[in-house]
Design a protein around this ligand. Structure first.
Ligand code: MN
Length: 219
């Protein structure tokens, strides 16, 4: 079964676009799949196989799906080639980082005491994120910080080539990355689709839709 939380769909619709949910397919079909897209939303889900970033698997991994990993790597590559913007959410932020050669913290409770997996309060801000000055993320969210929900047990460790860390939780955990140069990508570790009632979160979907409709910036 392929399933997607309705909140992602609602967030894209509310930002003024028509979403298409893409199933996991053969990576060879990624170019064809992206040829009819103006933007790409990488959604949440299970853990990325650590073999992709050359680490032994933690015993705390769950829902590893190498076919989904491979498919999303191919989608990201095709999106970069076509110059379409990408928004990565939770797992989407992590797969984006691994796609660009980065690594992940496989189980946050081993490295921090801040609670990053709080499913009972999925629609509430449970910790803060400090947003880097001068970043695209700061322009999008309109401030130097925001409250976020937290439904993850992994996070970006070494940042991928061509990406920059632009948001951190109060314990230093990476909560947001964005593309540098001509890589049009923003990845957030929280779930903005569940926080659209709070300021700064619906704006992430608005950024994806607005930048999708304007095409690649002229340089
Ligand atoms: Mn968090």
């Amino acid at each position: 079964m392929e399933a997607l939380e309705r909140a992602y769909i609602a967030a894209i619709v509310n930002a003024g676009a028509v979403p298409f949910v893409i199933p996991v397919l053969d990576p060879a079909d990624a170019e064809a799949a992206t040829s009819c897209l103006d933007g790409l939303l990488l959604t949440g889900g299970g853990d990325v196989d650590p073999a992709w970033y050359c680490r032994m698997p933690s015993p705390h991994l769950h829902e590893v799906d190498v076919w989904r990993d491979a498919w999303e790597f191919a989608l990201i590559e095709a999106a970069v080639v076509r110059g379409i913007p990408m928004l990565g959410i939770c797992r989407g932020c992590q797969i984006l980082n691994v796609a660009f050669g980065g690594t992940l913290v496989q189980h946050l409770p081993e490295v921090t005491t801040l609670r990053h997996c709080d499913r009972q309060r999925a629609g509430k801000a449970v910790h803060s994120v400090a947003v880097e000055g001068g970043s695209l993320l700061r322009q999008i969210v309109g401030g130097d910080g925001l409250g976020v929900n937290s439904l993850h047990h992994q996070a970006v460790a070494d940042v991928g080539k061509g990406l920059a860390v632009v948001g951190r939780a109060e314990d230093g955990t990476v909560e947001a990355v964005e593309g540098t140069g001509d890589i049009r990508a923003v990845g957030v570790q929280w779930h903005p689709e569940l926080l659209t009632h709070e300021s700064g979160h619906a704006e992430l979907f608005q950024w994806l839709v607005t930048s999708a409709s304007v095409g690649a910036p002229l340089v």
